[in-house]
Design a protein around this ligand. Structure first.
Ligand code: F6R
Length: 614
């Protein structure tokens, strides 16, 4: 979703801003723009619909000089994706320019008020309303820019991360946030502002995460100053980034998504490092140890998440109920937050998010916190909003995920949640020591086993070509592999734009079986565990109706090999760990189909990596 970058310092701002926009492209966007104050003190704004490259082409013959500037990638919310709606937006006098990530919910009321004062608007955006309101406040109340920003934001309902540039103060950027992320990077005599650390990491590892309702002033000859919108001073808290530049490069792969799929043996090792002691067959998870009583006495666990993270949550439901015998409910954050859920103070709420910024999940946490529940976050991005507002948690340590379609973050979430389920079960005494040790030992084998699945990549790429013209797919699975079926279908939809549905295999005869034909491939996730025989019967039912079956099976399975049209083998493992292996071929199938269809794999249309608005 929208990306923000700002710079003030001694270097030319434009190349830094453009590079920053490229780094933010992964978040998803449909237009881009930049504002700079040149040596003569003029504030110039350039914008273009489409990719950052189009903005660069447009700006080739323009005055892009200046040592201070702001830039933005916009993901349309109010108003279609066109140049007029792209950010930055000028104020009426063109003295100010603003970039904004979020939604101003009461923008129409504010706009009507400004129109009565004689203001007119060049775009359909809520953002332009905000910059006009700031300028109006500045003029009407005779206050400085920071005070005008504070007063204007006091009137705003909604979410925002904003940066304002003022022609009259060509050495200062004023920024603020509520609900949308914003981070300040501190270099030598220079400062950066961004939606996340990816555009900052090559310049500095010193950052300050801005909190909700804080307004920050950065200027190259002064210390960072933070006040709340109610004007309470806040001491800046400088933190070290744990990210490296090489993590943000493709490293020889054609796409980030493929790189991230292939990184999984290493990312899962990182997720387990320092937590699993394979010599003692033991897991030590500090977030669990510190809150042991909350977990083992929990009457119920509510898991809240969106998209792929929600699928990881479903797998965790199977594991927690099996090992810890605690009832688990898995909720879409967007539904949970609005349906007046019954939440008790003895409930443990596990919020799962790769980005740690998903607006619906943040709101779900807020609600559960207000009702007294204990909030435990499973998150990938260190320092993001979700871990900061939660009581405790566990980072997945998968490293930056740039491809919009989540892959390595998903498997890292499943590993973190499985470790948590094992810890609760062991401490409650509901999981036998033998079973606990067997699974812990097996977790240590998973990275090597994923490596073996990845060894089939070339074969999967070949067969994927056969399916590029399919209009629709069904994915089936049962038990721990039902969420894997959902995840496989989501991956295909997202990046290849082919319709796909995931179903519990046994539900097929209650409806989807009507769709079976030669034209619609059916992917069946069928490792040899749990309800294996029943899934074999489901495959027979599909074949009896001339359906084409792609089956994900356990190595050496010669029963399904005889009936399915195409088989991909995964190594044998503990049932609860099968998703970590069976999901790999599904990620590769989606990837290769998207590549042969010539789709934009890393930045699929309409999608955003970090969904910071509702
Ligand atoms: C799918 C995908 C999305 C995210 C969802 C939640 O590949 O990436 O469905 O899983 O938007 O995002 P996070 O995990 O950042 O809260």
């Amino acid at each position: 979703m929208c990306g923000i970058i700002g710079y003030v310092g001694k270097r030319d701002a434009y190349p830094i801003l453009i590079k920053g926009l490229h780094r933010l492209e992964y978040r998803g966007y449909d237009s881009a723009g930049v504002a700079l104050i040149n040596e003569a003190g003029k504030l110039n704004v350039f914008k273009a619909k489409g990719k950052v490259a189009e903005l660069e082409t447009f700006a080739t013959d323009k005055d892009t000089t200046g040592h201070i500037g702001i830039a933005h990638t916009r993901w349309a919310t109010h108003g279609e994706p066109n140049t007029a709606n792209a950010h930055p937006h000028y104020s009426a006098s063109e003295r100010l320019a603003i970039i904004h990530n979020g939604i101003i919910e009461n923008y129409s009321v504010l706009k009507a008020g400004l129109m009565q004062e004689g203001y007119s608007f060049k775009s359909d955006t809520d953002t332009e309303v905000l910059v006009q309101l700031i300028e109006y406040t500045q003029v009407d109340r005779h206050v400085d820019l920071r005070t005008a920003v504070q007063l204007a934001l006091q009137q705003v309902i909604g979410a925002y991360a904003i940066v304002v540039l003022d022609q009259e103060h060509p050495d200062t950027l004023i920024a603020a946030r509520k609900g949308s992320p914003l981070v300040v990077g501190i270099g030598d005599d220079e400062y950066f502002l961004a939606s996340d650390a990816t555009p900052i990491v090559e310049y500095t590892d010193k950052v300050i995460y801005i909190e909700d309702e804080e307004v920050v002033t950065i200027s190259n000859d002064r210390e960072v100053e933070i006040v709340t919108i109610g004007n309470v001073q806040k001491p800046p808290e400088i933190q070290r980034l744990e990210m490296s530049l090489s993590q943000l490069e493709k490293g020889g792969y054609p796409h980030f998504m493929l790189k991230e799929i292939f990184e999984q043996p290493r990312t899962l090792t990182d997720s387990m490092r320092g937590r699993i002691n394979l010599r003692q067959d033991n897991i030590s998870l500090s977030g669990f140890i510190d809150n042991r009583e909350r977990f083992i006495n929990a009457k119920r666990i509510i898991i809240t998440a969106c998209g792929t993270s929600w699928h990881a949550g479903l797998i965790a439901m199977y594991a927690i109920e099996e090992f810890a015998r605690i009832p688990v409910e898995v909720e879409y954050s967007s539904e949970f937050r609005y349906r007046r859920p019954v939440i008790d103070k003895d409930d443990v709420v596990i919020a799962i998010s790769q980005s740690g910024e998903t607006a619906d999940t943040l709101a779900a946490i807020q609600l559960a916190k207000e009702r007294g529940a204990f909030i435990f976050a499973i998150c990938n991005v260190v320092g993001a909003s979700i871990p900061r507002v939660s009581h405790s948690g566990c980072y997945t340590h998968a490293g930056p995920e740039i491809g919009v379609a989540s892959t390595k973050a998903f498997t890292a979430q499943v590993v973190a949640l499985t470790m948590l389920a094992l810890c609760i079960g062991k401490e409650k005494g509901t999981l036998s020591p033998d079973k606990y040790f067997a699974i812990v030992r097996e977790l240590g084998q998973i990275p090597d086993k994923i490596e073996r699945v990845l060894g089939q990549n070339k074969r999967i790429a070949e067969f994927a070509k056969m399916f590029m013209y399919a209009q629709s797919f069904i994915y089936l699975g049962r038990g721990y592999n039902f969420p894997v079926a959902l995840e496989g279908a989501l991956k295909l939809k997202e990046i290849s734009y082919i319709h796909a549905e995931g179903y519990p295999a046994a539900e097929m005869k209650h409806g989807p079986i009507a769709l079976i034909s030669r034209e619609m491939p059916v992917v069946v996730v069928a490792p040899q565990c749990g309800t294996y025989e029943k899934v074999v019967s489901n495959i027979q039912e599909i074949k009896a109706r001339k359906g084409r079956v792609i089956a994900i099976v356990t190595e050496g399975d010669d029963l399904i090999s005889k009936i399915a049209d195409f088989v991909i083998e995964v190594p044998r493992t503990e049932e609860c760990l099968t998703p970590l292996l069976t999901v790999i071929p599904l990620q590769l199938i989606a990837y290769h189909i998207a590549v042969v269809k010539d789709c934009d794999v890393d930045q699929p249309r309409n999608l955003a990596k970090s969904v910071t608005v509702e």
